[in-house]
Design a protein around this ligand. Structure first.
Ligand SMILES: Nc1ncnc2c1ncn2[C@@H]1O[C@H](COP(=O)(O)OP(=O)(O)OP(=O)(O)O)[C@@H](O)[C@H]1O
Length: 254
């Protein structure tokens, strides 16, 4: 651990019933960095990511052991309110999932409204800041009252990023956030990362190796539930320590 570690995962194991999906994973993420999780399909990346905001609470038979701490606070400790915790640890999913009945504006400020914040001016300020943060403001500023579902797929995903940013999370978890997007929208979301990491620490699952190389500061390679290698992205891609990492990043499997 270093003084700047925002997220610390220690000896994390995750089971679905008897199946051991994530094995003894350790990871530190420094404040203000983008951390990519890579590896072939089914190796446990999403399972690990979902443990970081206790999404497995909703999966029958799933069990997480070990310790995951954000800002030094164990998120699995007794007495932690998972709803409040998830406000600190936001998540953006593979498919954009705006709230279907809500306007663009209400989507963005939904977390604040849920927390009881009603002041119109404050909500408007947060909506604008978050939409600017998600590089969507210029495209939607004249249609804030239109349904969020009326936006294009790429816009919807940036709306979901704005919604996650609105509550100023310490950590933003992104599970293949561009896999359902066209190349232009993908590059918009990728361009965002450099800005987003100034305000939040990002963990991103991606299948796209070029994307991981372009946007991440550190990279973790998973295989069969184990984290085989973790390091600075340049090192992992250009000078991997483990031959399995080398085989994967050079496209020989997966
Ligand atoms: N709810 C579940 N119940 C039982 N097994 C599951 C469940 N979710 C995932 N698994 C299994 O756990 C393993 C890891 O899955 P996970 O989705 O974490 O992999 P992944 O690396 O994210 O894969 P992908 O890149 O295809 O999304 C797989 O063998 C998967 O079948």
């Amino acid at each position: 651990m270093t003084a700047n570690s925002l997220l610390i995962a220690q000896d994390v194991n995750i089971y679905y019933g008897d199946f051991h999906a994530v094995k003894q994973v350790n990871l530190n993420a420094e404040r203000g960095t983008v951390n990519a999780l890579i590896g072939p399909s089914g190796c446990g990346k999403t399972t690990f990511l979902r443990a970081i905001n206790r999404m497995h609470d909703f999966t029958p038979g799933a069990r997480v052991t070990g310790r995951i701490a954000v800002e030094g606070n164990d998120i699995y400790a007794q007495g932690v309110d998972p709803v409040a915790m998830r406000r600190r640890i936001g998540m953006v999913f593979q498919k954009p999932n705006p709230f279907p009945t809500m306007s663009v504006f209400d989507n963005v400020v939904s977390g604040l409204k849920l927390a009881g914040i009603r002041d119109k001016r404050h909500l408007m300020e947060v909506a604008e800041r978050s939409l600017r943060g998600a590089a969507l403001w210029e495209e939607v500023k004249d249609r804030l009252d239109s349904p969020g579902m009326g936006l294009s797929g790429g816009q919807q995903q940036r709306l979901c990023i704005a919604r996650a940013l609105a509550v100023e999370p310490d950590v933003l978890l992104m599970d293949e956030p561009t896999s359902a997007l066209d190349p232009a929208s993908t590059s918009k979301v990728e361009d965002l990362m450099g800005e987003l990491k100034k305000v939040t620490t990002i963990l991103i699952v991606t299948h796209n190796m070029q994307q991981a190389a372009r946007i991440s500061d550190t990279c973790s390679f998973f295989l069969n539930g184990e984290m085989i290698e973790h390091g600075e992205t340049d090192q992992v891609f250009q000078n991997p320590r483990d031959e399995r990492t080398e085989a994967y990043v050079s496209g020989r499997f997966g």
